[in-house]
Design a protein around this ligand. Structure first.
Ligand code: TXA
Ligand code: MG
Length: 326
């Protein structure tokens, strides 16, 4: 049965969402990356409601969603050239920029940091909602803290049964969170790899510090939200180099397998649930959370994952597995 909070994003659905948001309540909505749990970014009470519903630690700041670059600019104290360039190239889209926070934006949204993370989402329902409510929306991924991000309306309700409303925009096209880039202090720095490829960002601004990957600042302060365990299913995740017999024997059943080699299906016994994802990083990333949700749903205790290839194109996928396995 379809949960009653899931509504069609027509005029009536959008108006219900706007009523909630204007009353400092939360509401979930689709973006092209993952579903967000939205609240008025200019209201400390609304922001508190987001932290509370997610069970999110108060030190982990939220991303503010803006209708367009002009609204984004109005939330920032300064707008460096790199922000202007990246916004022009990639917004609306899966890029979040960390800039100096404007004085009228509550510190609570940034967990007290003098910066604020902003993005302009491309999903038509997110755009329609931002247009209709005329507010910037603070919106973390709409899942319980540390859990799997939602890429469908049903995922949201499963993770957050108390959510008052979810606008249903179908499955998220990109399926991985936005790429977060800090442009608040000189050379742009990658804080979280995500749906926008690092190579595209570098092509646009020339240089991008990638901490831990030949960065000029190897000690760089990471995004506060990048704590070790995150994006995790209930089952234990184990990365494996291949699915040979000895490896399989060591893994605890009921077992799930997640791979991008179709031939791996042949090694599994009939009780093992196998998910075969596309072998390119975009295709793999787009399906990843949905596949992990399915494996969790069928109650496996271990998910064995074929370790993704090295190389920058797979950075975001590898990052999510490292955290899910932590
Ligand atoms: O694709 C996305 O970005 C999704 C959709 C809903 O837009 N949102 C999302 O939000 O993934 P969340 O809260 O799950 O992740 C936000 C990330 C965290 O790693 C957080 O630490 C970082 O952005 N972040 C937010 N504000 C920041 C700030 N002021 N400085 C540094 N990092 C920040
Ligand atoms: Mg999240």
């Amino acid at each position: 049965m379809r949960p009653s909070q899931i509504v069609v994003p027509d005029t009536e659905g959008l108006s219900q969402a706007v009523t909630l948001l204007k009353g400092d309540k939360v509401c979930a909505f689709p973006t092209e990356t993952v579903y967000g749990l939205g609240a008025n970014a200019l209201s400390a009470a609304a922001i508190s409601a987001v932290y509370q519903l997610k069970g999110r630690p108060s030190w982990n700041p939220l991303i503010v969603h803006a209708r367009n670059a002009d609204m984004a600019r109005s939330l920032a104290a300064t707008w460096p050239d790199e922000a202007a360039e990246l916004a022009q190239r990639f917004w609306p889209g899966p890029l979040t920029l960390v800039v100096e926070r404007a004085a009228h934006v509550p510190a609570h949204v940034s967990a007290g940091s003098p910066t604020v993370a902003i993005r302009v989402p491309a999903h038509p329902v997110a755009q329609a909602l931002l247009e209709a409510c005329e507010l910037p929306l603070a919106a973390p991924s709409a899942n319980r803290s540390e859990g799997l991000s939602p890429t469908s309306a049903e995922h949201v309700v499963r993770s957050l049964p108390e959510v008052p409303l979810v606008l249903d925009g179908g499955r998220c096209r990109l399926g991985l969170e936005s790429t977060v880039v800090d442009v608040s202090c000189g050379t742009p720095r990658l804080l979280r790899p995500g749906a926008l490829a690092v190579a595209d960002i570098r092509a646009a601004v020339g240089v991008l510090d990638v901490p831990g990957h030949g960065s000029a600042h190897p000690e760089a302060v990471r995004s506060p939200g990048m704590s070790k365990r995150h994006y995790a299913p209930r089952a234990r995740i184990v990365l494996v180099a291949d699915f040979d017999k000895p490896t399989l024997q060591q893994l605890r059943s009921p077992l799930g397998i997640l791979t991008y080699h179709p031939s791996d299906a042949a090694v599994a016994d009939p009780d093992t649930r196998v998910e075969i994802l596309p072998a390119d990083p975009q295709g793999f990333g787009a399906e990843l959370y949905a596949a992990l949700h399915r494996l969790d749903e069928c109650g496996v205790s271990t998910i064995a994952v074929l370790a993704p290839p090295a190389g920058e194109g797979w950075l975001a996928v590898r990052d999510r597995f490292d955290r899910a396995a932590a």
